[in-house]
Design a protein around this ligand. Structure first.
Ligand SMILES: [Cu+2]
Length: 312
């Protein structure tokens, strides 16, 4: 009763504050359901009760009972409880109670048409300047940026470690949406807007939770937007003679790989989606392509290894 997120088609919750948001959403839906169940039949009853045939002469006094005023008062009270009791405290925590910077991972994200530039400060914990080239690069004339790392469209995080993301845009308004983290924030050029959350589920846990068998058909495999696109193979798929691999466990199922699987006679793949970053603000012609991936590592060491790999 408290959590309808599965029934409402909400994405799997992987963040520290997600449960509170889902509970509030559930109660909003319960209230709306109650209003719908009471008001819809009442509306239909009124259509019948007060139609012209039954009431050739209009009533000039109307309803005398105070019941409808009490009912409306009740709805106002219920909505006030949702707002003051649930929404305000949750919003206040998200907006005011930032985690301590020393215990958090701090990431700068610069949005551009049509990519997310994710910047890590490196060992010194300081961000250097970035260039205005496309794509954005670290400005080598700024010594603070010597150890900075830019990774495009992938946000690497560590499970249970709070993240503070400083958001800005180099061109138009975008919106940084992380459905699994219950985060959505407009990104405005000229402003730096921080958001924070705690990833409570690692990518491997998320994939295990979301893994399912997906059919591949001859038509579907040609479409880039077919669901397994951006999905990950959850097992190895060797060729028929076993001499080679079509897809390895953990590999992204691109249209090309799906085609190869289909041609090898495999019509079902065991796969899982990624936690996604999407742009939730119509920001130009290729807005739909402004998607990224969140990878939540189980350990700090695994995260450090990725930064190491991306340092040049
Ligand atoms: Cu965008």
């Amino acid at each position: 009763m408290n959590d309808l997120s599965k029934w409402m088609g909400m994405p799997l919750d992987a963040s520290g504050h997600g449960a509170e948001i889902d509970i509030m959403m559930s109660w909003v839906h319960w209230l709306m359901l109650l209003l719908f169940v009471i008001w819809a039949p009442f509306f239909i009853y009124c259509l019948w009760r007060f139609n012209a045939k039954r009431n050739p002469k209009a009533s000039y006094t109307g309803v005398k009972s105070k019941l409808s005023s009490y009912l409306e008062g009740g709805v106002v009270v219920a909505e006030a409880v949702l707002l003051v009791g649930f929404a305000f405290p949750i919003w206040a925590t998200i907006k005011n109670d930032f985690p301590a910077e020393e215990e958090s991972m701090i990431v700068n994200v610069i949005a551009e048409q049509f990519a997310w530039n994710v910047i890590y400060a490196g060992d010194d914990g300081q961000f250097g300047q970035t260039t205005l080239t496309k794509p954005i690069e670290i400005d080598t004339s700024d010594p603070r940026g010597d150890d900075d790392v830019i990774i495009t469209n992938t946000l690497h995080l560590v499970k249970d470690k709070p993240v503070i993301v400083n958001l800005t845009s180099r061109d138009v308004i975008h919106s940084f949406a992380l459905p699994n983290m219950r985060v959505k924030q407009d990104v405005i050029p000229g402003l730096e807007i921080p958001v924070w959350f705690v990833p409570k589920m690692s990518t491997s846990e998320f994939r295990r939770e979301m893994a399912k068998t997906m059919p591949i058909s001859g038509d579907q495999r040609r479409r880039a937007q077919y669901p397994p696109y951006r999905w990950i193979a959850m097992q190895d798929y060797p060729t028929a003679d076993g001499s080679d691999m079509i897809a390895e466990e953990g590999q992204r199922l691109s249209t090309r790989v799906l085609t190869q699987l289909y041609e090898a006679g495999i019509t079902e793949v065991y796969a899982a989606p990624e936690m996604e970053i999407s742009c939730a603000q119509l920001c130009g012609g290729a807005h739909y392509s402004m998607r990224g991936t969140i990878i939540v590592h189980d350990t700090q060491e695994a995260f450090d290894a990725v930064l190491e790999e991306n340092t040049f």
